[in-house]
Design a protein around this ligand. Structure first.
Ligand code: DLL
Length: 435
């Protein structure tokens, strides 16, 4: 039977949810206009006042907020509470430019923990579970977010952080972990190591995994579920909006329910900013209506996905977002064709290859090149050059059928691609080096 952390909210009627969102939005807009000069400036520039926002129907009138705004306002420019009321800071792992820092009051941390508690409960977690957290702890929100949610549910919490894979598995066995939380690429690595140690899923007590922080395909889900003998659930979030737990998967495993009492979601056309109807692919935009220290109005996530309000078999009425297909800035344009790493991953795993791959894009003589390095599983490895060449040709043809452009596939010996303990680096775009 489906369990809920907060049934009243998770299964609320649409009318009641709209009423709740309307009230919270109106109050939030008024608060940020009065307390955050940066927002006041953005709203004044667009000619919008708090009085214009009477309900969620007026949301589209508000200006967007982008990552560039967050960088410009760094570090305190978007703070809506005095620093003395803030209790925590987290930050993005951005490699270029200024990082984004997010602030939390105690109420913000409680709201965040509550969102993650819903996710853990939806994955079947209760106070009788042992929850092993192998997301990184630190400025990254993964470790702290799942830790807070796990405490709230009352699970016995193992704050492992990422890395030391053999020790992870040792503790998993000795302490009978039942839920594993980490990135999907790290879960795949743990699954691979379990097999290498001569163990099978029967040697573990795991029943569920809560994986997110990076895009992963359905094919990857099945592969992880098999290697660890679990049901694998997706979880979504971003530092700017507190961290993991903005949306979470339920037993139906067909998209993630958005915690709409805290976050209003819109999908927009990334080019024009126009709001798109449910069912259309576009950029996800969030407005946080309960966050105190670092509220976001119409924040452009750059994640591309689809919203759905179809009835869900789990009984939750919260709107669902599809798995993000990738970030608009992850999309590669190769010889004029839009390519997402997830499309390549789908073909690789469907054809029986490992989820260990890396995509290299370059420009040679004014023409884009696409090289895909794929690791062979030990049972696929052959020292016959002809065998490998035939396989490379067949895989190139399957990828061409998916993308419409011809890649150069390189099959590599087992263990030649570095494993990820956090977010995997799937794409190396060397064209950016020449620009
Ligand atoms: O990755 C927060 C998080 C931690 C989510 C643990 C889930 C689990 P950031 O480092 O700020 O925060 O990165 C946010 O990661 O905009 C997406 O592009 C991507 N992302 C997060 N979750 C998913 C997911 C954390 N389930 C960025 N599927 C987001 C696909 C995801 N992409």
């Amino acid at each position: 039977m489906e369990k809920y952390w907060n049934k009243e909210i998770e299964c609320m009627s649409r009318e009641d949810m709209k009423k709740l969102q309307d009230e919270r939005l109106v109050a939030q807009v008024k608060h940020v206009y009065e307390h955050v000069p940066y927002y006041k400036k953005l709203m004044d520039e667009k000619g919008v006042t708090p009085e214009d926002i009477k309900s969620t129907d007026d949301l589209h009138k508000l200006p967007f907020l982008s990552k560039a705004d967050l960088r410009e306002a760094y570090p305190y420019g978007l703070l809506a509470k005095p620093l003395s009321e803030c209790v925590r800071i987290h930050s993005t792992s951005g490699t270029t430019g200024k990082r984004v820092v997010a602030f939390y009051t105690q109420n913000d941390v409680d709201m965040w923990d509550d969102c993650v508690a819903r996710a853990i409960t939806a994955a079947g977690g209760t106070k009788d579970d042992v929850c092993q957290i192998a997301y990184g702890f630190g400025l990254f929100t993964g470790g702290a977010g799942l830790n807070g949610g796990s405490h709230k549910v009352g699970c016995l919490t193992l704050p492992m952080s990422s890395g030391s894979t053999n020790r992870q598995i040792q503790f998993m066995q000795d302490l009978h972990s039942t839920i594993l939380c980490c990135t999907p690429s790290y879960a795949a690595y743990i699954g691979e190591t379990v097999a290498e140690l001569g163990l099978t899923p029967d040697d573990l007590d795991l029943k569920a995994g809560i994986f997110g922080a990076e895009p992963w395909t359905e094919e990857m889900r099945h592969s992880i579920e098999q290697s660890l003998g679990i049901k694998a659930y997706d979880i979504y979030g971003l530092t700017e909006s507190s961290g993991p737990g903005v949306a979470f998967e339920c037993s139906e495993q067909s998209g993630m329910h958005i915690n709409e009492d805290n976050f209003i979601a819109e999908i927009i056309n990334p080019e024009t900013g126009e709001v798109l109807p449910d069912g259309e692919v576009g950029e996800l935009v969030f407005t946080s209506i309960t966050k105190e220290a670092f509220p976001l109005l119409r924040y452009r996530t750059r994640d591309l996905c689809v919203l759905s309000r179809k009835k869900c078999s789990c009984g939750r009425t919260l709107v669902k977002m599809s798995k993000p297909m990738g970030r608009s800035d992850d999309m590669m344009i190769i010889r004029g064709v839009n390519v997402f790493p997830s499309q390549i991953e789908t073909v690789l795993i469907a054809e029986g290859y490992s989820p260990n791959y890396q995509i290299e894009v370059d420009r040679v003589n004014n023409s884009d090149t696409l090289d895909i390095n794929v690791e062979l599983n030990p049972d696929q490895f052959s020292d016959k050059v002809k065998d490998i060449q035939n396989r490379e040709r067949a895989l190139s043809a399957s990828i061409k059928a998916m993308l419409g452009i011809n890649p150069k596939v390189h099959l590599l010996p087992p263990k030649s691609i570095t494993r990820s303990e956090g977010k995997a680096v799937r794409v190396i775009d060397k064209r950016k080096l020449h620009d």
